[in-house]
Design a protein around this ligand. Structure first.
Ligand code: ADP
Ligand code: MG
Length: 242
């Protein structure tokens, strides 16, 4: 069974039809990369996956259960799906360590000492152990984004959603964040990633999808996707970004 299965997903904002019949399966351990022009619905799609937006129609099955069903436990579901945005949204009045510890302690009610140890392991993995006790505004954008990833991982999610996690960063800071994401993929995390980092897509993705006008119009393994794009809109898009 797929970890996530999306069937006929639709999202309207008033008269604006943003997602029109999106279908896909994400297997456990897969890294799905989603690319597409601005305004094509990529962010809306990710936001529907963790219910920051209420879909207008269709089904989202997590381990076979429809997360849109009236009795589905949304609060519990969100604990299993981590999200990382373009803007990092760290709590400015908390230290790096307090940011990472906050949700496991306050939402999962985990033991503080145990979580502190785990948070330090996560920060260490990202090369930020020496920043544990500083405040976010003293860090570079790339460091803040890595803290945001550590904060999401501290919840031990089964899946991570990334919405253009490097597009607000200065170019020289992008690599460190992508490396953290690559390590995560190697460790077997299931990931859905919206990005314009085509090198990352080629190297890490299990499949790449092209979203255009609220639909997935092409999908393939990365090698074939980039070498032999079929859809004319995708060909045009790739000629601009590659
Ligand atoms: P992408 O991430 O691919 O650039 P988005 O999902 O952000 O695209 O947006 C797709 C379309 O939906 C755009 O036309 C955008 O203006 C519109 N949209 C997104 N969020 C809202 C909202 N909350 N209310 C109204 N329109 C929205
Ligand atoms: Mg977007």
């Amino acid at each position: 069974m797929a970890l996530l299965e999306i069937k006929g997903l639709k999202k309207n904002f008033g008269d604006l039809k943003v997602l029109k019949d999106v279908n896909m399966k994400i297997e456990e351990g897969e890294v799905l990369v989603l690319i597409g022009p601005s305004g094509s619905g990529k962010s809306t799609f990710l936001r529907c996956l963790n219910l920051l937006e209420q879909p207008t129609g269709g089904e989202i099955l997590f381990k076979g259960k429809n997360i849109l069903a009236p009795k589905f436990n949304i609060v519990d579901y969100r604990k299993h799906v981590g999200m990382c945005f373009q803007r990092f949204n760290l709590f400015p009045f908390m230290t790096v360590l307090e940011n990472v510890m906050y949700s496991p302690v306050h939402i999962l009610k985990k033991d503080k000492n145990e979580i502190k140890e785990k948070a330090m392991v996560l920060l260490d993995k990202e090369g930020l152990a020496n920043k544990a006790n500083v405040y976010p505004d003293t860090l570079s954008g790339g460091q803040q984004q890595r803290v945001a990833i550590a904060r999401a991982l501290a919840m031990e999610p089964e899946m991570m959603l990334f919405d253009e996690p490097t597009s607000a960063l200065d170019p020289e800071l992008v690599g460190d964040v992508l490396n953290v994401m690559k390590d995560l993929a190697k460790d077997g995390m299931t990931m859905a990633v919206v990005t314009h980092e085509m090198g990352f897509a080629r190297e890490v993705a299990s499949r790449v999808m092209f979203m255009d006008g609220g639909k997935i119009t092409e999908e393939n393994k990365p090698d074939e996707f980039f070498r032999n794009p079929k859809n004319p809109r995708l060909q045009e898009f790739l000629s601009k970004v590659l």
